[in-house]
Design a protein around this ligand. Structure first.
Ligand SMILES: NC(=O)C1=CN([C@@H]2O[C@H](COP(=O)(O)OP(=O)(O)OC[C@H]3O[C@@H](n4cnc5c(N)ncnc54)[C@H](OP(=O)(O)O)[C@@H]3O)[C@@H](O)[C@H]2O)C=CC1
Ligand SMILES: O=C(CO)COP(=O)(O)O
Length: 319
């Protein structure tokens, strides 16, 4: 909307939609940030779709957590054909493996929408929502197998303080987005325990190695993991205090229990996907010691300091 693209938010909550239209603010998230007056909202999907006049130059961006992707795609499957919008590219922003099935988001999209929506892709990269909403500079990657998706997303989003880079590597981009959240929890734990900046740098670097091993085994390109959606987002999330995943880690390191930490309802995708990431890694014989340690603290009641000791006591190996 800031780039003068006509933009419609479909929100499931009617009050949120009404508030955005009337007050130009979102009453539930980032309430202090004024939204562009041209940004419209509706709780009615038919109305939102009617707004997409021209399927060939429109985009649909799914902005839900991974856990809502299957449900949201199912709703799209029911409504897109009636609106004659099957050829509209569908992008998503979520980062993680699905908790129960360990699927990456594109695998969920493929399973639900694969037969009716040909053009899809993922939008990812280091981008705290608050800073994006403030209009501060940000660089993102759109990854898709389809040239038309990369082009259309770039045309809509590359402007002003927003830079868009293009990639073919959907798997690599998604694995980077998922794993950086788990590693950010690990860095938060280390910082909560006041283990110092050397420890944080070690976790980021060895976490990147973990991300790359899993991503390569799942079919990603090696170069993707040193890019915006790998190292870039990992550095942001592991070190930036706006990160919810990092905040979860810090609180765990300081001795709070997970239930209390998550009681505010905050979305921390690393908590939801750490175990699923481990499941995928084990199936491929990939060693992920930091992810194992994060899971042990999150789900097995292992004290944070003990998990760190276990990591440090591992055999030395070549880097
Ligand atoms: N926040 C950030 O800085 C960034 C987040 N991401 C990723 O984007 C994804 C979304 O994150 P974020 O926006 O923070 O998450 P939130 O938890 O804030 O949820 C985003 C929106 O999804 C909606 N939603 C949740 N479940 C459903 C559902 N079943 N059906 C319809 N709508 C639903 C919520 O609606 P309601 O308000 O009604 O609950 C909310 O408006 C995550 O995977 C995150 O990792 C990526 C980059 C940056
Ligand atoms: O993905 C993000 C930044 O790129 C947001 O990170 P958190 O979900 O940890 O807040």
């Amino acid at each position: 909307a800031c780039n003068n693209a006509q933009t419609m938010v479909w929100a499931r909550d009617p009050d949120t939609a009404r508030h955005i239209n009337q007050q130009h603010r979102n009453p539930r998230y980032l309430q202090d940030i004024p939204l562009p007056p041209a940004l419209l909202a509706s709780d009615n999907l038919e109305q939102a779709f009617a707004f997409l006049q021209d399927a060939s130059s429109s985009l649909i961006i799914l902005g839900t957590p991974v856990a809502a992707m299957e449900q949201t795609c199912t709703i799209l499957r029911e409504h897109l054909p009636a609106a004659n919008l099957q050829t509209t590219p569908v992008l998503w922003t979520c980062k993680g493996f699905e908790q129960k099935t360990a699927r990456l988001p594109h695998e969920v999209v493929q399973a639900v929408l694969g037969e009716i929506v040909p053009y899809t892709g993922v939008l990812s990269g280091p981008s705290f929502a608050r800073e994006v909403a403030q209009g501060l500079p940000v660089a993102l990657t759109v990854a898709s197998r389809h040239e038309c998706v990369r082009t259309q997303a770039t045309q809509a989003l590359h402007a002003g303080n927003t830079r868009i880079y293009r990639s073919h590597d959907v798997v690599g981009v998604e694995v980077g987005g998922a794993m950086k959240n788990v590693i950010a929890i690990a860095c938060g734990i280390a910082d909560g325990l006041a283990l110092g900046m050397n420890a944080r740098a070690a976790l980021i670097t060895r976490g990147l190695a973990e991300m790359s091993r899993l991503g390569l085994a799942l079919g990603g390109d090696a170069t993707t993991f040193s890019g915006l959606t790998g190292l870039g987002d990992l550095v942001l999330t592991a070190t930036g205090d706006l990160s919810r995943n990092r905040q979860v880690g810090v609180a765990l390191g300081q001795g709070q229990d997970l239930e209390t930490i998550l009681s505010s309802g905050m979305t921390a995708e690393g908590v939801r996907c750490a175990h699923a990431a481990l499941t995928r890694a084990r199936g491929l014989n990939i060693d992920m010691p930091i992810t194992e340690a994060v899971c042990a603290v999150l789900f097995d009641g292992v004290p944070a300091l003990q998990a760190v000791s276990l990591l440090l006591s591992r055999e030395s190996r070549s880097e």
